[in-house]
Design a binder for this molecule. Structure first.
Ligand SMILES: *[C@@H]1O[C@H](CO)[C@@H](O)[C@H](O)[C@H]1NC(C)=O
Ligand SMILES: *[C@@H]1O[C@H](CO)[C@@H](O)[C@H](O)[C@H]1NC(C)=O
Ligand SMILES: *[C@@H]1O[C@H](CO)[C@@H](O)[C@H](O)[C@H]1NC(C)=O
Length: 442
């Protein structure tokens, strides 16, 4: 990665310009330093030549400013839309994580009788839930913090580039105007301002070359990582992922748990709540009576393939509503005193199992995708495809425009002085203050 190398020539020219021209301006007297040896016999020729060069470089500078102005707009839009895309993806993830943890939290709310969820599963749910909640909070916090920071930086860059484009444009126009009109004081003023601004522009140009390389390197690194997730790439250390086999395993495991949970609930419904037991049947009897409770639809067949629900089965989404109709009032002995097949305690536990199954069914693939970074891979792929080309292109656009502006104005500044001097030498347009300042300045 030759980041420093590419920016070095620009920064070198900038430094050379700053020191060289500064030295020229202040230590030696300008005209002696730079132009004294020109033969006056050639003045007429040089005068015309200088005027042409002056105008050509002014046009180059103005073109550079316009390109810079257009480029900064495109770069800003491109970078802002990239940022928005990433922030949006992060927010969706946060929301989804919060949804998962909501269901998992609901699922672990069982305290009575643990018919469906034994304590060790509840313990695991608690651990996973707190991990997921922590991940969601961290992601949310970091996104918010960095989003504002990056937005702020992008705005600053934009303002800086607009100011450079506007000031350099003004400078190029005024420089030509003042030097052609032979206004000595004003010419020296724009030369002085130009001297500083050109240096600043060179530095910013160098920074944009670095930024361009960083963008390019980042895009390449993302691409390598997307193409080759198992190889050791630059992003491996930053983004920890489980391998595909582990992820697949986890997903299968979560499907198995869903199948088992639904199985346990349905076994309870068919074997206990939907049967009529005599009062001497022990814990199986709680005076259940009335219409039969519909069983829960299992989203998977036993082979983990997808299962379509039949009409007699309730789905995860409407189980809460459907089963509520079968709840009976319980007497103090814990048995139904009204018609119904589920005690409130049964209902709560069945709903907990449903919530857990639903969370696993609905969010399992998402969590697995998060774990094996398929999700990050999708985001990277979209960035590489839709955002990298623009960012690369417009950052290049900007540094080329900056290089054009700084170089054109640099040559212009030299020629403003040269032209003004030639003009003075020819005695054209002598004004009172050319006399005053020619003494003190040169
Ligand atoms: C999260 O849940 C809410 C309501 O339950 C739903 O509107 C939203 O679409 C869910 N978000 C995601 C990303 O699944
Ligand atoms: C199941 O989840 C829903 C939605 O989050 C919630 O409103 C409900 O209280 C949960 N039920 C149980 C019994 O945990
Ligand atoms: C059993 O339920 C029926 C209603 O189906 C009710 O009339 C009866 O009183 C209940 N028996 C007891 C012992 O609560």
């Amino acid at each position: 990665m030759s980041v420093e190398f590419t920016a070095a020539p620009l920064l070198f020219i900038g430094a050379l310009w700053f020191l060289g021209f500064g030295l020229c301006l202040f230590i030696t007297r300008l005209q002696h330093c730079c132009f004294q040896r020109l033969h006056h016999g050639f003045s007429q020729l040089f005068f015309a030549l200088a005027l042409i060069i002056l105008i050509l470089f002014a046009i180059a500078a103005i073109t550079g400013c316009i390109v810079l102005f257009i480029g900064q707009g495109k770069f800003h839009r491109s970078s802002a839309s990239t940022l928005d895309f990433v922030v949006e993806q992060a927010n969706i993830t946060v929301e989804e994580l919060r949804n998962v943890s909501k269901y998992l939290t609901a699922a672990k709310e069982i305290q009575v009788d643990q018919i469906f969820l034994p304590p060790n599963i509840q313990d695991n749910i608690k651990k996973v839930t707190s991990k997921i909640t922590a991940a969601a909070n961290t992601l949310d916090r970091e996104t918010e913090k960095n989003k504002d920071k990056i937005k702020h930086i992008l705005d600053l860059v934009r303002i800086a580039l607009i100011i450079i484009a506007a000031v350099m444009l003004l400078l190029a126009l005024l420089g030509v105007l003042f030097s052609v009109l032979g206004m000595q004081l004003l010419t020296y003023t724009v030369v002085l301002i130009g001297w500083i601004l050109i240096t600043i522009t060179f530095v910013i140009c160098g920074l944009f070359v670095i930024l361009h390389s960083v963008i390019g390197d980042t895009c390449v690194a993302m691409d390598e990582w997307v193409q080759n997730p198992t190889a050791h790439t630059a992003l491996d250390d930053i983004i920890p992922c489980v391998d595909r086999a582990t992820a697949e395993d986890t997903l299968n495991h979560s499907k198995d748990v869903t199948i088992q949970l639904v199985g346990v609930v349905n076994t309870f419904i068919t074997n206990i709540s939907n049967r009529n037991f005599p009062p001497n049947a022990g814990s199986l009897y709680y005076n259940q009576s009335g219409p039969l409770v519909p069983v829960l639809c299992n989203p998977y067949n036993s082979g983990r393939t997808d299962h379509n629900c039949t009409s007699g089965e309730v789905k995860f989404d409407n189980a809460a509503e459907e089963w509520r109709r079968y709840i009976c009032k319980v007497s103090e002995r814990g048995i139904c005193s009204t018609v119904g097949r589920l005690t409130p305690a049964h209902y709560v536990q069945m709903m907990s199992a449903v919530n857990l199954s639903y969370a696993l069914y609905h969010y399992g693939p998402f969590l697995v995708k998060l774990g094996d970074c398929a999700f990050v891979r999708d985001i990277f792929t979209a960035i590489i495809k839709y955002h990298c080309p623009g960012l690369r292109c417009y950052s290049k656009y900007i540094y080329i425009a900056l290089a054009l502006v700084s170089n054109a104005v640099m040559v212009s500044v030299i020629f403003w002085l040269f032209y003004k001097r030639e003009k003075t030498a020819l005695g054209v347009h002598q004004t009172p203050y050319t006399y005053i300042f020619s003494g003190s300045f040169c």
